[in-house]
Design a protein. Structure first.
Length: 479
């Protein structure tokens, strides 16, 4: 009798173990059947307005010699348009717009996932962490910049990037990739470039928390060659500040990984998490290029962002009943206009010979030698055969620099000669700019996969965050 009872108990325990081992899979299947995606990609193009998307597609058609070429994002079956205003102004910044997308709440410009009164609000990634999903943050900016920060930090000041770096260590996010190691390394770090005022080495602390750590250009190949063998965590940070513009990355052989390569690695790492994953991918330098009124810089970064989206789409094709992809912008930057005056044309071929970004490469190139500068922009911006008016526009900026004259706000705080040159490029295209800052225009979004239909239509940016939470059964409560 005792022997029979023992065997019976063993059988019962075995059955319970089998049930428990399959519970996660059963739950995942039930959630999928109920319209809850297991895998979520949240793509955010910083500064990605309608004009930026359209200009990139027109350029792609010119580059390919095919008028039917399209951005992948422009083929998604669900589309909509979003307003972007913040709690304290109709023209948002990335902190307030990102907070709306990440938490479903309006806040003031400059605030990171806190309400105007300072109350912390929970982000979608924090909800995913609580649910046991794998989580990832990928960006071409500093990891501590506003848009990535709103998903894993809380701060009343977006510029407090040292504190944001500290928040990341306790965030539970499993995969980080981007730039900005200057906020994670101690003030006396041997490689220099630190912006910290203390001796804390947060990168070392990530290592001690069992993250696979990759730092600087010397670790890029190790990152590319790294392949997880189990459920692992990664902290990869390749540059002191922002990652290079795509146009510079392509033409300099810097070795820095593209946003597509970072996304591919993020998928490889996070797909080993049994409860699925939530990944935020930011094309952050689209915004920076538009601040500098740089059409080529912006377009190449949109195309790179679209290449990263292709990595997510390939994953979607393998898991179509479990995956959601949402592509949004946080705001438009630069007031980019496709057309100017009484002209009915766009000459996108004017960009084919542009080889450098305005902000990172062209700024500072003029050092008083006018002939050398005109040769440089002929070779690197395609500005040959300058008209008298074009040359005069650039020489006016040279006079300001040579005379050490304060230009006020005329050139947006950038190098006047660089801005004059990029404006000549824009004028040749018939593409013009209204501002060096953000604009208040509504911006496009698109989606594909499980729950995608809920994102279509005319919505406020807070509704995107709220809709994502509803689909995922997340509760975006006060933190």
């Amino acid at each position: 009798m005792l022997r029979r009872i023992s065997l019976s108990k063993i059988c019962t325990l075995f059955i319970l173990m089998v049930l428990l081992l399959n519970l996660a899979a059963i739950t995942g299947t039930a959630e999928a059947a109920a319209g809850v995606p297991k895998y979520v990609f949240y793509f955010i193009g910083d500064g990605l307005g309608a004009s930026q998307r359209q200009a990139a597609e027109f350029f792609l058609q010119e580059e390919n010699g095919d008028k039917n070429s399209k951005l992948l994002m422009d083929t998604f079956p669900v589309a909509g348009i979003n307003t972007t205003y913040s709690a304290d102004t109709l023209v948002t910044d990335s902190a307030a717009a990102g907070t709306a997308l990440a938490t479903g709440h309006k806040t003031n410009n400059g605030m990171i996932s806190v309400l105007p009164d300072g109350t912390e609000v929970k982000s979608l990634i924090e909800c995913a962490v609580e649910k046991g999903m794998g989580t990832g943050i990928i960006t071409t900016t500093r990891l501590t910049h506003a848009t990535p920060a709103v998903f894993a930090a809380h701060n009343e000041d977006r510029d407090d990037e040292n504190a944001i770096a500290e928040d990341y260590l306790e965030s539970g996010v499993n995969f980080f990739a981007g730039g900005g190691y200057r906020h994670f390394v101690p003030k006396d770090w041997k490689w220099g470039s630190s912006k910290r005022t203390d001796s804390r080495n947060i990168i070392q602390e990530f290592y001690e928390k069992d993250y696979e750590v990759f730092v600087g250009k010397s670790d890029v190949q190790k990152f590319i060659n790294y392949h997880p063998t189990a459920r692992e965590q990664v902290f990869a940070i390749f540059t002191s500040s922002h990652m290079p513009y795509e146009i510079d990355r392509m033409n300099s052989n810097s070795g820095i990984p593209s946003i597509a390569e970072m996304t591919e690695k993020g998928i490889e790492v996070l797909s080993r998490y049994s409860k699925g994953f939530f990944m935020m991918v930011e094309g952050g330098r689209i915004d920076h290029a538009c601040h500098a009124n740089d059409p080529a810089g912006a377009i190449y970064d949109v195309l790179a962002f679209d290449e990263a989206l292709k990595e997510a789409y390939e994953f979607y094709q393998k898991h179509p009943k479990e995956t959601l992809i949402v592509v949004v912008g946080d705001h438009e930057t630069g007031g980019m206009g496709l057309g100017f005056g009484q002209n009915y044309f766009l000459n996108m071929d004017e960009l084919l010979d542009v080889k450098v970004s305005v902000e990172d490469i062209l700024q500072g190139k003029y050092a008083g030698d006018r002939a050398a500068y005109f040769t440089y922009i002929e070779e690197n911006l395609g500005l040959d055969n300058l008209s008298a008016a074009e040359k005069a526009e650039i020489e006016k900026a040279m006079d300001i620099v040579d005379g050490k004259i304060d230009p006020g706000t005329l050139y947006g705080g950038y190098d006047p000669v660089a801005i004059a040159a990029t404006h000549v490029v824009s004028e040749r295209i018939n593409l013009n700019w209204t501002t060096y800052a953000h604009s208040g225009t509504a911006i496009p979004m698109c989606a594909m996969g499980v729950g995608a239909d809920d994102f279509g239509g005319y919505k406020d940016n807070t509704e995107i965050g709220e809709t994502m939470a509803d689909i995922m059964n997340f509760k975006l409560d006060i933190h």
